[in-house]
Design a protein around this ligand. Structure first.
Ligand SMILES: [Ca+2]
Ligand SMILES: [Ca+2]
Length: 89
């Protein structure tokens, strides 16, 4: 009798852990995305992001947020960029 109770408890515990495993598998692609972003920033592909590579990347991002090229990001430009990022996902 006691063995059946233990087996039933283990079965319930296995069922309860299933959703946690599903969430973990969802997190894996996000880590992969970060790695591909690293590769994108690492322009010379030496496995390190130099300050120059980082600043070049940030300059590229700045240009995307500020398409009029006036060296200032207005709140409207920021909001438009954020909205475009949201729609791209
Ligand atoms: Ca590099
Ligand atoms: Ca601007």
């Amino acid at each position: 009798m006691k063995t059946k109770l233990i087996l039933a408890t283990l079965a319930v515990m296995c069922l309860l852990t299933q959703p946690v495993r599903a969430e973990n598998s969802v997190a894996a692609p996000a880590a992969k995305t970060d790695a591909s972003q690293f590769d994108k920033i690492d322009a010379d592909k030496n496995g390190k992001i130099s300050k120059e590579e980082w600043l070049a990347y940030q300059t590229e991002v700045f240009s995307k947020i500020c398409p009029d090229g006036d060296s200032d990001i207005t709140r409207a430009e920021w909001n438009e960029y954020q909205a475009s990022k949201g729609s791209a996902r």
